[in-house]
Design a protein around this ligand. Structure first.
Ligand code: ZN
Length: 855
């Protein structure tokens, strides 16, 4: 049975906060600061078996900051109570962007944390490092606990999702009465939105030292976790992005960045009841819940009843600061914040769980983005700048305190709500429409509309040796484990809903507490073009359809055979080497790990060739390939001498790029070593075409028409000598036209369109012959005419090609080519109208780019 708030509480809430305000004009620009992407740095880090951000590299970047290498990163689920790590000092950086804002610079944070550690209510942990090696700190505030007490706390914490029914029974029997509920505050994920950090340190000083009975009471009832700054590199440099150029508040479903993985581990560890992610700068102070469309996999009816009331409580707390610049006139003589669910018709949605609070909702959290009101950047007097950051800090602090009060007053209701959320998952029940009268009465426009979701019974991921991309399957399963998803593996062959599966297949039972996250990762999603006109960010993602593993959906309500299935704690492809005393092996590359293995072998000086069907021929002995097979989980197979003789040599690609940060990161993940190129750098002699074998172009920073006469002639010779050019998107096509390469005509979909498309691949194409039947597009480009000699490698399906996302006017693109290639002026040229490297998400599409570069 659903947990419902008592009617009196509902009435009280309505009376307290009043009826729905008259419609007010929504501020026009949802994200005024926009995405500013900083230059990528020389380090990357991945979840993959071959980790580019090795301990050595981390040590090097730490060294660059003049300090000791970082402490070991704790695993997702730590035993015992929160730790008190030794917090080391870091060098003073007088250029820290926080200083002119009168906010705390990163180098003053360690001392502030050590001061907090003097309280026995505080634990401080180093939970990871930024790209540049700066420590990420988690501060946990709660009344002192013995080790034994912490152990039983952890037990009850885990019971919530391991057995929601038992947890509910325990709560009914009073077993959770003294259990401290976890709450979570994340700060400064956008490095140039600073004040959450300062506000949290102020709140923490209260929590650490105050004798106020209200504060002491909170510490007895909660475990309150704060990420002090989740983007220290951005905080210091005044960049939104981290040092890899990533907007980390778009990365939570992909977790390509080390800072995101560190925070994700803590969200998994605590599965907090409430979660705040503090940003800036939106006038009136913005407090979520959001407009529609709402993600299909949330238990939105459970979320909204507390999200809305908590938002109203935080709004009251912000108004109570008396800072008039922090709120807006409500048209009724009063003041208000900006609560998108109540105050906007569309354009500030929670559809993609790329955002931190939306991701946390899959761990049962009532997640909110908070946007403090006043932008302190730009050309302001010092006094005004300081005034703005003072107000913003006060607003952030009021929001945190409003949230803590709400969570204290509604502690058992919040827990019951979360347990009901998890119970529905474990029971396999469909989601339910919003039934909360307050939410229904306050929703603006269609914001109370949700689409009921009936979940599949299970997903099966075949992974026996010889399956398509066993490494991709292991990669996906390990990713799910890192996300706190329960996965099993078949110990022997089994039949499910009439289909026989081999031993080794992974099975994900959707009857689990966090099933919403399973479906958010593995399902394709839905076309929401007609639901709302405007979306805040992307509208589609899918690990199940874009990461390269085969994922089969089981919809029939069949029992899963518990005797066959074993729980998985770690997933790793073993790799293999064909037996016998060989000098040559075959290697099929259909995953990121496979690309990494090839680049590693080339880097090690091993001789490689490629057969016409794309199989690599590795000329090496078993002793050379065995460690590669083990490290990357790839299979070195038997290959006959006649077949091996059809191979043409492949060498390490010296790669120049004019690309965005996400693409550069993806290329590094694959083991390429991209060097950014511009026409200016060629003209000045800083770069020479002779240093490159291939160019990847998706921005206009390299314009061939900008080359001077000498370099232009050099570029023509480079092309004629068999250079490789890969262009992506409209800028890639522009480069193609300016350089006079392939004869094609391109058309563009809406610039805000994005989604997952069904494609047909030319089986004879060396680029897409073995590609997935799906691709990702963003600001889609498609080719309406291809000239003689241009091959269509991939085209959109003629009917029903748009599987998920938002693309107004999609019909015009049906059946058109989206990947084309050919030889022009002696160069091998490939143009992508898709986004195979988008934000380092669609890993299953990476092999297409690698294939194009290896031509
Ligand atoms: Zn932000």
């Amino acid at each position: 049975m659903a947990v419902r708030r008592p009617l009196m509480a509902l009435l009280a809430a309505v009376l307290l906060f009043g009826p729905a305000p008259a419609a007010v004009a929504a501020p026009a620009v949802p994200d005024p600061d926009g995405a500013s992407v900083s230059a990528p740095r020389g380090q990357s880090d991945t979840d993959l078996p071959f980790t580019v951000g090795s301990p050595q590299q981390q040590a090097r970047s730490a060294e660059a900051l003049g300090r000791q290498p970082a402490l070991p990163v704790p695993s997702a689920k730590l035993p015992g109570k929160p730790r008190n790590d030794v917090i080391q000092d870091v060098p003073v950086e007088l250029t820290d962007a926080s200083i002119p804002l009168n906010l705390i610079p990163y180098h003053d944070i360690p001392a502030a944390l050590r001061a907090l550690q003097r309280s026995d209510r505080i634990s401080v942990e180093v939970i990871g490092q930024s790209v540049l090696g700066r420590d990420l700190h988690l501060v946990v505030a709660t009344a002192p606990m013995s080790d034994a007490a912490w152990k039983s706390w952890q037990k009850l914490s885990d019971l919530r999702f391991s057995d929601p029914d038992a947890a509910r029974a325990t709560q009914a029997a009073g077993g959770y009465d003294t259990w401290r509920t976890p709450l979570f505050v994340n700060n400064n994920i956008h490095g140039n939105e600073w004040e959450g950090t300062d506000a949290s340190l102020q709140v923490l000083r209260e929590l650490a030292f105050s004798t106020d009975p209200e504060v002491v009471g909170m510490l007895d009832r909660h475990v309150i976790a704060f990420v002090v700054t989740s983007n220290p590199d951005g905080r210091v440099a005044a960049t939104r992005a981290n040092a890899n150029g990533f907007d980390m508040n778009r990365d939570f479903i992909t977790a390509s960045q080390p800072e995101v993985r560190a925070v994700r581990a803590q969200l998994v560890r605590y599965s907090p009841l409430t979660m705040l992610d503090i940003h800036g700068y939106v006038s009136c102070t913005l407090i979520e819940p959001t407009t529609g469309p709402h993600g299909d996999n949330y238990e939105y009816d459970l979320y909204i009843r507390h999200a809305l009331r908590n938002a109203l409580a935080m709004e009251q707390a912000v108004l109570a600061t008396g800072e008039t610049r922090a709120s807006c006139a409500d048209g009724d003589g009063g003041r208000r914040a900006d609560i998108p669910f109540r105050d906007r018709a569309q354009g500030w949605d929670d559809w993609p769980p790329i955002f931190t609070p939306m991701y946390s909702m899959y761990h049962g959290s009532i997640g909110h983005t908070i946007e403090v009101p006043l932008n302190p950047r730009g050309n302001l007097t010092e006094a005004e700048r300081h005034e703005r950051t003072r107000i913003n800090t006060a607003v952030a602090r009021a929001s945190i305190e409003g949230n803590l009060r709400y969570a204290t007053e509604n502690r058992s209701a919040l827990l019951a709500n979360q347990l009901e959320w998890f119970r529905r998952g474990a029971a396999g029940e469909p989601t339910r429409p919003i039934d909360d009268p307050l939410a229904l009465s306050l929703a603006r426009g269609d914001n109370a509309r949700t689409q009921p979701q009936g979940f599949p019974r299970a997903y099966v991921i075949p992974a026996g040796t010889g399956q398509r991309s066993e490494t991709a399957a292991a990669r996906l399963v390990q990713f799910m484990l890192d996300n706190d998803i329960v996965v099993h593996r078949a110990a022997r062959p089994f039949t499910l809903d009439g289909t026989r599966h081999e031993a080794g297949a992974y099975v994900v039972d959707l009857r689990q507490a966090k099933r919403g996250l399973v479906n958010a990762l593995l399902d394709v999603g839905r076309d929401v073009t007609n639901d709302f006109d405007a979306m805040y960010d992307i509208s589609a993602w899918s690990h199940g359809h874009l990461w390269g593993a085969t994922v089969q959906r089981v919809t029939a309500n069949v029992p899963l055979d518990g005797k066959v299935l074993r729980p998985v704690t770690e997933a790793r492809a073993a790799g293999s080497v064909a037996p016998g005393n060989r000098t040559q092996y075959g290697l099929v590359v259909d995953s990121v790990a496979g690309i990494q293995a090839v680049n590693r072998l080339l880097g090690d000086g091993v001789t490689l060739g490629r057969t016409p069907d794309g199989t690599f021929v590795v000329s090496a002995r078993a002793a050379v390939v065995r460690p590669i097979a083990e490290a990357y989980g790839v299979d070195f197979t038997k290959i006959t001498p006649p077949r091996a003789r059809t191979a043409v040599p492949v060498s390490r690609v010296r790669l120049g790029v004019a690309a965005n940060a996400g693409e550069i990161h993806a290329l590094r993940q694959m083991g390429f070593a991209p060097i950014s190129v511009t026409h200016t750098a060629f003209n000045s002699g800083t770069l020479s075409f002779a240093d490159f074998d291939a160019l990847f172009v998706s921005t206009t920073t390299f314009n061939p028409l900008g080359l001077d006469a000498t370099r232009s002639a050099e570029f023509s010779r480079w092309l004629a000598d068999g250079g490789t050019v890969v262009g992506r998107g409209s800028s890639g096509k522009l480069f193609n036209d300016r350089a006079g390469l392939l004869d094609v005509t391109i058309a563009a979909g809406r610039s805000d369109a994005n989604g997952i498309v069904a494609v047909h691949n030319d089986p004879a194409s060396p680029i897409t012959g073995d590609a997935l039947p799906t691709a990702f597009v963003d600001a889609p480009q498609y080719f309406t005419r291809v000239g003689d000699g241009v091959r269509v490698d991939q085209r959109l399906a003629a009917e029903g090609f748009f599987l998920a996302g938002h693309w107004g006017g999609q019909e015009a693109a049906a059946g058109h080519a989206v990947v084309v290639s050919g030889v022009a002026q002696g160069a091998t040229v490939t143009l992508f109208g898709t986004e195979p490297l988008f934000r380092a998400h669609p890993e299953g599409l990476y092999p297409q780019v690698a294939n194009a570069l290896w031509q």
